[in-house]
Design a protein around this ligand. Structure first.
Ligand code: NOJ
Length: 736
């Protein structure tokens, strides 16, 4: 009887013990067979370009967990063979690459993708990128970059989804979904990497790698939510940022990597350093040498070392000396193996040959659509665009025919010769004669020798299309500018073209907002592209000729002057918001100290940007009705529905993006003047009205408090549904 009872209890206990996830079981089994050296080997990521005997030996000895940058599928498979067949435990490698906005078929840079305000096209682009890259053996990309970026001087603004927290979250999630799909083990799925964790976009003076100071409240309200959204979307990996944040380099930050990422968010993915960022804790002045750096990174729960050799050279000693526990090592290796299991690499380590993997017609079509939707119409005086009754166009400007520049930064694998440039696209049109003359050789070209020829071309044409902006090399990592005006003699070119009296259409192709109010003033119409990729040319031809209607909107504020940055729509109101603005030239001579008032603005720039966040025109016009709320009172456990009618009052069927903003009028911590809480891109036929509907919940109104708790405070709120961040009349509601 006694025995029966004991067995009965044991059986009951067994039945009650939750069965361990099969992947976790496999990890346990493998981990139990690994030596300390093999575990540390998994934590080592090396540059794998080319196949040397030395690298093969390291793989064979189990001293490498991942390689980055090799994209020759035969080399990838051979290195994988060495790992799987010749290393003791046969643990496969993961091959990684920066596939940032396309692999071969290049999509708009992320800032341009955000300008589409269309997560579906962003997801579709990421899917294409994953299909192309996985055909080359790449199963891990270092994207999306979801650093909120509010400083146009910072070159990496190009790689971000702009200044807004919500858009970074939405577009980041869309990108992750496109790369990973629902099944990471699918051979065309690629692990995403949310980067850079965290606060990198806040670098002082917009200079790359620079210090950041971010109060925890701001970190939680502005910089962390996009990363939390990435965790919730199942993003397989995270990357540390280069910057120090409040004095601690991210790679050594227990606060970021342990407390927030692992403890608060329960993240079980892989955290990798940025390239050499472990080593860089020495020049940061945070670590005395590489051993110290390896210790701090490991104890800050960083799983994999990208190219610092810190773990491989020092972790074993650190464990022996008791400075890093074997438990810490096991945790890191678990995270790495988990990814390898989730990617199905143990079952299918090799990359199968794919027929015709790149630049498929449907990929190019998706890229073209993304480029169209990313293009922002900033100005269109007298409806110059779309062109009609035009038989000849002058195609001028340094960016009119340069494949490498239109694809933008971070295109390691994109081939410039595959770009279809604006000039090529116009040359393919029937019934339009193209008179081409660049005028300047490249965007920084200061020689004015060619401008006369461009002017002569302009005089012969009905309309001038002038392609200006920045070469690709002027934005991206470490490509920061203190002066964000049009480089070279481009202003002069525009001035002389304007003097011809011909209608002047400016097309700007850039990696960041530029301060070019004067040049925009000279133009009749302006189309703006954040480097729009392989198909930028055909997209522009369709837009300019009216086969497509612009629908892009700015995901960043366009400042008038560089001195205004950082400039973003969701700023605080201040105690003296701008009013009664007197600009510098209007101040009377010898004016008294307070004669022109005392409010918050710049004497030479006022308080407005050149164009606000969310701004973008169409060939048609839209009329917004007043938002209607289901209730003017929201309960803490309730929600309200907001509807708004948007009427297309012009002649073209087109997309419009209606934007939902809120403001907490009085709170225990001052809140921004507006915050984006939702948007909807809707297709509205000419003359028709669409109704957009949003749901607003207390969670949407929550902010971080001094005690770090995030919740919404009761009180009065404003709400807008508008075409951009400055338009619309607010309606009130109350949170009870
Ligand atoms: C440095 C960059 O900061 C990061 O974004 C990139 O993914 C790595 N290098 C790898 O190339």
């Amino acid at each position: 009887m006694k025995h029966v009872c004991i067995w009965g209890i044991a059986a009951l206990m067994l039945a009650c013990t939750p069965t361990k996830d099969p992947v976790e079981q496999k990890i346990d089994e493998l981990l139990s067979q690994m030596t300390l050296q093999e575990k540390i080997g998994q934590m080592n990521q090396l540059n794998g370009m080319g196949m040397s005997d030395d690298l093969k030996a390291q793989i064979r000895e189990g001293r490498v967990g991942s390689l980055l940058n090799e994209v020759n599928v035969d080399v990838v498979n051979e290195m994988q063979r060495v790992a799987v067949e010749e290393s003791r435990l046969g643990i496969p490698l993961i091959f990684a690459r920066d596939v940032i906005h396309g692999f071969k078929t290049i999509f708009p840079i992320p800032l341009g993708q955000a300008a589409t305000w269309n997560p579906e096209i962003v997801e579709a682009g990421a899917r294409v990128a994953a299909k192309e890259a996985t055909a080359s053996g790449i199963r891990w990309t270092f994207s999306p970059m979801i650093d909120v970026s509010r400083d146009a001087r910072w070159g990496r603004i190009a790689e971000s989804y702009g200044e807004d927290t919500y858009i970074n979250a939405v577009m980041g999630v869309a990108t992750i979904k496109g790369y990973q799909t629902d099944n990471l083990a699918d051979s065309t799925a690629m692990a995403a990497c949310a980067k850079h964790f965290c606060g990198y976009g806040a670098s002082e003076s917009g200079k790359d790698y620079n210090t950041t100071w971010i109060p925890e409240v701001q970190l939680r309200d502005v910089y962390l939510p996009s990363f939390k959204a990435a965790v919730d979307a199942g993003c397989a990996t995270f990357m540390c940022s280069f910057n120090d944040i409040n004095g601690v380099p991210s790679t050594g930050s227990k606060f970021l990597n342990k407390r927030i990422l692992r403890e608060e968010w329960q993240y079980d993915g892989l955290l990798v350093t940025d390239w050499g960022s472990m080593q860089q804790m020495i020049p940061h002045g945070y670590c005395s040498d590489m051993k110290d750096a390896a210790e701090k990174a490991a104890n800050a729960a960083v799983d994999m070392d990208m190219m610092s050799y810190g773990y491989i050279d020092h972790l074993e000693d650190l464990v022996k000396e008791g400075k890093v526990s074997e438990k810490t090592i096991d945790e890191a290796v678990r995270n790495i193996l988990r990814l390898k299991f989730r990617l199905g690499l143990f079952e299918n380590p090799y990359t199968a040959k794919v027929e015709n993997p790149y630049y498929r017609p449907e990929y190019l079509e998706t890229a073209k659509q993304a480029a169209i939707e990313s293009t922002i119409l900033l100005k269109n005086d007298n409806n110059v665009l779309p062109l009609s009754n035009v038989t000849s166009v002058a195609v001028v400007g340094p960016l009119s025919n340069v494949g490498v520049d239109q694809i933008g930064t971070w295109c390691f694998d994109g081939e410039p010769e595959k770009s279809v440039t604006p000039m090529q696209a116009f040359q393919q049109l029937e019934n339009v004669k193209v008179i081409a003359e660049p005028g300047l050789q490249y965007s920084r070209d200061k020689s004015q020798a060619g401008i006369n020829k461009a002017v002569a071309a302009a005089k012969k044409a009905d309309v001038v299309l002038c392609f200006v902006g920045e070469e690709a090399i002027l934005s991206g990592e470490a490509k920061c500018r203190a002066d964000i005006s049009l480089p070279g003699a481009q202003s002069q070119l525009i001035k002389e073209l304007k003097a011809t009296g011909k209608p002047l259409v400016l097309v700007v192709m850039a990696g960041r907002p530029l301060t070019m109010g004067a040049e925009i003033n000279m133009a009749d119409a302006v189309l703006w592209q954040f480097h729009a990729g392989t198909m930028a040319g055909p997209a522009l031809a369709d837009l300019i000729m009216g086969k497509a209607v612009p629908s892009g909107k700015l995901p960043v504020t366009m400042p008038k002057m560089v001195g205004q940055v950082p400039m973003y729509y969701s700023h605080k109101n201040t105690g003296r918001p701008a009013s009664n603005i007197t600009l510098i030239d209007d101040i009377p001579v010898a004016a008294g100290q307070f004669s022109i008032g005392s409010t918050s603005y710049h004497l030479d720039a006022g308080d407005k940007p050149l164009y606000p966040f969310g701004y973008g025109l169409s060939y048609t016009s839209f009329e917004y009705g007043q938002p209607v709320l289901s209730d003017s009172v929201m309960k803490q456990d309730g929600q309200i529905t907001v509807t708004c009618q948007v009427k297309n009052i012009g002649k073209y069927d087109a997309y419009e993006t209606a934007q939902l903003y809120t403001r907490d009028l009085v709170a225990s911590l001052c809140q921004p003047v507006r915050q984006l809480k939702g948007f909807q891109k809707v297709w509205i036929k000419a003359g028709e009205t669409a109704t957009v509907t949003f749901t607003v919940k207390p969670a949407d109104l929550a902010f971080c408090h001094e005690d770090m708790a995030t919740y919404a405070e009761p009180g009065e709120f404003h709400l807008w549904v508008s075409a951009d961040s400055q338009q619309g009349i607010p309606v009130k509601f109350v949170l009870k």
